[in-house]
Design a binder for this molecule. Structure first.
Ligand SMILES: Cc1cc2nc3c(=O)[nH]c(=O)nc-3n(C[C@H](O)[C@H](O)[C@H](O)COP(=O)(O)OP(=O)(O)OC[C@H]3O[C@@H](n4cnc5c(N)ncnc54)[C@H](O)[C@@H]3O)c2cc1C
Length: 390
């Protein structure tokens, strides 16, 4: 006996759970299947080392979903300015929300604070049925519906199934959708620090020869680090005791925020570029990291994923008389709407990564020159900011 839905979503990470809320707002009966137990506690005593820089477009979307209202504003840090440094002492590129006519460039939020707000939102929606923790065992795609079997014996059926199950998507593999993956041979090391000097809401980033180091402001005198660096260097950073890590990060950041003290220990994330040939098939669509993986240097992965979820929900809401959520031609509209944005972000982050992950002295001079020239072009800078905030 099948349980019947309008849409089944596999994966209740940030993108999948936001999509379930959007679909519920559109009145669609939605099942969300997540491998892990729902994470409901917003905060622990410490600060989550997984943080996201969300652009204003993502925040508008989360507000429309009804999730942003559930995030404690005391744990959110608006970013008003961004300073990017080259690997010489002179090269710098500054972006300011004020110059671009924006209230803020981005907001920094902890992963668990946002994820728990999404789960609490989902629990309050009668249109959404939560299957978590749950394990998927089989997928069958037929002409009129997709059927998903769970390990506990339940079977779900809907005209559309959505893969929001991350970079190693089980659903994508089951559907046989080809993925082109290129490891960067780099790992992102993250950790949080207390700072000696106030950050004043400024995000700092250094394009160094040993990788890209970002210190993103958290509420109070705290910052969150993302250091994307070659695997061997990352392994060394992961092995450092807290005092030594703080000394090395303070030195790599030219003591911009004075001395540092570790408040959340290191964690590591291997980096890769991933592209899929198809985001949709009849009865199936992919969103978020299941559909694309980008380098975190621009902090855009989940922002892209939220734009997928927003556009898929809008496409389904606009289906009108054509009532079938899983119709291939309807889903193609979603795929076409997303292609350019995703390809542009993959190209930009991959090109920047290649440009800066190179020891050549002339290339180092060229990129430092590029930062200085761009810094003098306010129209170009405003264009870049407007594009980045989505
Ligand atoms: C170091 C680092 C820093 C980053 N910083 C930023 C940033 O500042 N801004 C930004 O926009 N992006 C950032 N990103 C990118 C961002 O982390 C990802 O793009 C985002 O987490 C993708 O969300 P998702 O929901 O698509 O996938 P995921 O977060 O991977 O979630 C997938 C979910 O699916 C579940 N799942 C997996 N398999 C199954 C299965 N078989 N059945 C059921 N459930 C399953 C998982 O448990 C998980 O909950 C960063 C990435 C890294 C590595």
């Amino acid at each position: 006996m099948h349980m019947l839905f309008d849409v089944i979503i596999v994966g209740g990470g940030l993108v999948g759970s936001s999509l379930a809320l959007s679909l519920a707002n559109g009145g669609l009966k939605t099942a969300i299947v997540e491998a892990r137990a729902p994470q409901l506690a917003a905060h622990a005593a410490d600060w989550d080392s997984r943080i996201y820089a969300l652009g204003p477009g993502s925040i508008d979307y989360l507000n429309a979903c009804g999730a942003w209202q559930g995030v404690d504003s005391n744990r959110v840090m608006p970013v008003e300015d961004m300073r990017i440094f080259g690997d010489d002492a002179r090269s710098e590129l500054d972006f300011s929300a004020y110059d671009a006519g924006l209230r803020e460039l981005a907001a920094i939020v902890e992963s668990r604070a946002l994820q728990s707000a999404l789960w609490r939102g989902l629990q309050a929606r009668p249109e959404v049925e939560i299957f978590a923790p749950a394990s998927c065992t089989a997928l069958k795609i037929e002409a009129d519906a997709a059927t998903l079997d769970l390990a506990d014996g339940r079977s779900l059926r809907a005209p559309l199934i959505v893969g929001a199950d991350g970079g190693n998507s089980w659903l994508r593999t089951q559907a046989g959708i080809a993925v082109e993956a290129r490891p960067y041979a780099q790992t992102a090391v993250v950790a949080n620090f207390a700072t000696e000097q106030p950050h004043r809401g400024i995000a700092h980033q250094w394009f160094r020869r040993d990788g890209i180091l970002a210190l993103l402001p958290l509420p109070g005198e705290r910052v969150s680090m993302v250091w994307s660096t070659r695997d061997e260097h990352a392994a060394k950073l992961m092995g450092l005791p807290p005092e030594e890590l703080a000394v090395q990060v303070a030195a790599a950041s030219a003591q911009q925020l004075g001395g540092l003290r570790v408040i959340t220990p290191q964690a590591a994330f291997p980096l890769r570029l991933q592209r899929v040939r198809e985001m949709v098939r009849s009865r199936l669509a992919l969103v978020g990291d299941a559909a694309h993986n980008v380098h975190p240097l621009a902090g855009q992965g989940v922002n892209l994923g939220f734009r997928d979820a927003r556009d898929l929900a809008a496409t389904l809401a606009a289906r009108g008389a054509q009532n079938d959520c899983g119709d291939f031609y309807l889903l193609r509209r979603y795929e076409r709407a997303r292609r350019e944005d995703i390809a542009a972000m993959q190209f930009a982050t991959d090109t920047l990564q290649r440009l800066f992950n190179n020891e050549s002295a002339w290339l180092a001079r060229a990129r430092n020159f590029g930062l200085r020239v761009t810094n003098r072009q306010s129209a170009l800078k405003n264009f870049l900011v407007q594009h980045a905030v989505g």
